[in-house]
Design a protein around this ligand. Sequence first.
Ligand code: TK8
Length: 350
Amino acid sequence: MKKWVKRWAIGIVLPGILVLSACGNNSDSNTTASSANDGIKERTIKTGIGNSEAHPQGQGMNKFKELVEEKSGGKMKVQNFFDATLGDDLKMTEALQAGTQEVTTPSTSPLVGMVPEYGMLDFPFVFNTEKEADAILDGKVGKQLLERLPEQGLVGLGYWENGFRQLTNSKHAVKTAEDFKGLKVRTMQNEVHLDAFEKLGANPTPMAFSEVFTALESGTVDGQENPMPTIVTQKYNEVQSHLSLTKHVYTPFVFLVSKKFWDGLSEEEQKIMREAAEEAGKFQRDLNRSENEKAIKELEKAGMKINEVSDQEREKMKEIIKPVNDKFAEKIGANLVDEMMTELAKVRGK
Ligand code: TK8
């Protein structure tokens, strides 16, 4: 309910904000250097995310705001919008391309229409630990993926964490690969996820994030999959009875800036943005990881039935899904996928 009310309000307020921020970005022309803050102009940076302010992603955005405002001596202002009030991941990313919004930190999964290579991060069961995910994302492979963004009108300043995804549903505990059969599951708008759930015998429906709660509540779908902090902050336990710790895939968030906006920034301003995104990202990842364990306890208390999935069953699921990964590896470019697997082997060897 609350979300809809907010969205209505935004529908009225937003056009005004757009006009204001457009003026703010264009009105002041470059002046010559004369003080320490020369390269920094008065600016308003509008950001939006799908999750709530309480989610580690929301807390990370608040940290970003704090850092940008501090580093710019209060000249650069950050205005954060939560709960998809500016739209879902895809819509906000398109707004960045158009230059009507400055920042968003979407999951990489819905961006595969723009950067198909991001699909390789969607392969289920590729990462086993957060450490492995960090090594790939912060390393050469992650960097190469960021380099695909500018041609799409986007600048990527690094990766934050969404996390390992777990399955919830209203029907039964999912302990084995067979238990997926017939379950209607909401997936992100991403072909790899769609095909993987189909292979497992589930009935997947791709859907934007802000529609998930209502779809679960009305029974349009039986279940969904998301990392623990999202399951807790979206209160999915109110409409889902089972949580199965499938840990089937890791999803990052990518910190995106509108290239149109970025290109108009001075080097000093770009540096402030870069540093703030990175520092807030470290804070966000730590918080996300500590929330994981807390969330499980909280949901158990709230009455959710929680089950582990054995390594043996996870291996079976991995085997069933393998043809999907192979098909997309071919499509995406086997070289980059090979590079990721080689890097992962190195991390595991350490
Ligand atoms: C938030 C999304 C979300 C993602 C999803 O905007 O869609 O399920 O996991 O957290 O990026």
